[in-house]
Design a protein around this ligand. Sequence first.
Ligand code: SF4
Ligand code: SF4
Length: 187
Amino acid sequence: MASNGARPAVGFWRETAQLVGAVGRAMAITLRNLFRRPVTVRYPDVQRPYPDRFRGILALVYEKETGEEACIGCRLCEYICPPQVIKVEMLKSEKRNYAKTFTLELYSCEFCELCVQVCPTDAIIMLKSFDLATADRRDLLLDKDRLHALGRQFEPSWATGTRLRDMQAPPKPAKAEARGEVKEPAE
Ligand code: SF4
Ligand code: SF4
């Protein structure tokens, strides 16, 4: 079979055209960005607003009505925590229980949010901030007082145990079904 001498030349020009096209596209992007305002900010002097659903540092909160600590020391968060970074001691009391001690090793936390999801009293929450950088690991061993202080210092995120559990609940049956009014199909 006779060889086709035009083929290598066609391949060369096609590849050259692709290369020029790619360089042109890259230069166009560079040019476009050359006149854009920078996306970086002078953190921490300037802070970006957090997205609505952002969830970061963990904290403990007080009950809104009574002003008492919301944690009842039930230890559910301790049991569910995958890396076992929460330790709680319960303090039994007449009307309700409290957490005698509560520690959270934030430096080993996976931010999985399971502790928030299981909390029956919405006592442990995630805050709308990650701003707790430190050069000393010991600063991230949070005790009960520090966890409450963080809860007062930063804005809470939208997620509470109650809200998260509601989101995961199976959809409620239609009203007719709930009243047992659904007819079986005729055979
Ligand atoms: S977010 Fe997850 S890893 Fe962190 S304390 Fe809660 S359960 Fe543990
Ligand atoms: S934070 Fe919630 S789940 Fe954890 S011990 Fe307190 S009440 Fe129980």
